[in-house]
Write a protein that binds this ligand. Structure first.
Ligand code: NI
Length: 226
């Protein structure tokens, strides 16, 4: 499932982050790429251990913890500390699949990448190109979102970023290990959750609301690794 999550960050949070990012030293993005993707990758990044990256990463993680749509869709177990990238002057990232397992730098922790996330810090009018193109069984999806919005997609997907031919595209990107590894199972739970919320709102006294909630939790119990 590919899902857009609007307004993860407020315009004020985005503006403040942009100021900090603009004043930061950027390095070649190949530093966090795997062997194969390093050949396809042409962008700049904030170093993983840079204080600005860690501080803004915490702002993002805090926002995600309070975002009901993100929680329902990702069922997060662990979230990789957010990284930051910038594409300018024709830079792009060719087709690739993200590494399956990532070490959290400076810690003994690893996460399995079930979901990939991109959070936009620049709006669509600020640059040309730069679309995130994500392939799934339904075709190729082009994603270019307003600043503060996030896209979530299965890390199993082939994807690329088209060349940025004007302006700059600044984003955060990171990965989520979900309690539910399988995208199909996770999507079923997300759809069921949405239906339960509809029933609970429109017919709060209906006994089916309790029964469906029970089914949700019993499926989650069956599928979750925690
Ligand atoms: Ni990628």
């Amino acid at each position: 499932m590919l899902l857009q999550i609007p307004d993860v960050l407020s315009p004020e949070q985005v503006a403040s982050a942009r100021q900090q990012l603009d004043a930061t030293d950027w390095v070649n993005g190949k530093v966090t790429a795997g062997h194969q993707s390093s050949r396809a990758k042409d962008n700049m990044q904030v170093p993983e251990d840079h204080p600005v990256a860690r501080q803004l990463g915490d702002v993002i993680l805090h926002a995600l913890q309070r975002n009901a749509l993100f929680i329902a869709a990702a069922l997060p177990l662990r979230v990789f500390p957010p990284l930051f990238n910038r594409y300018t002057g024709g830079q792009s990232f060719g087709n690739h699949v993200d590494n399956a397992v990532r070490q959290v730098t400076g810690t003994p922790h690893r996460i399995r990448t079930d979901l990939s996330a991109t959070l936009f810090f620049t709006g669509p009018g600020e640059y040309d190109g730069g679309e995130l193109m994500v392939e799934d069984t339904y075709g190729v999806h082009s994603v270019k979102l307003p600043a503060g919005h996030l896209v979530l997609y299965p890390s199993t997907s082939l994807h690329h970023v088209r060349p940025v031919t004007r302006g700059a595209r600044v984003c955060s990107f990171f990965w989520i290990q979900s309690m539910v590894r399988d995208d199909g199972e996770r999507t079923l739970l997300f759809d069921l959750d949405a239906a339960i919320q509809d029933v609970s709102r429109d017919a709060p006294e209906h006994p089916a609301a309790v029964q469906l909630t029970g089914v949700y939790h019993n499926l989650l119990r069956r599928w979750a690794d925690v």
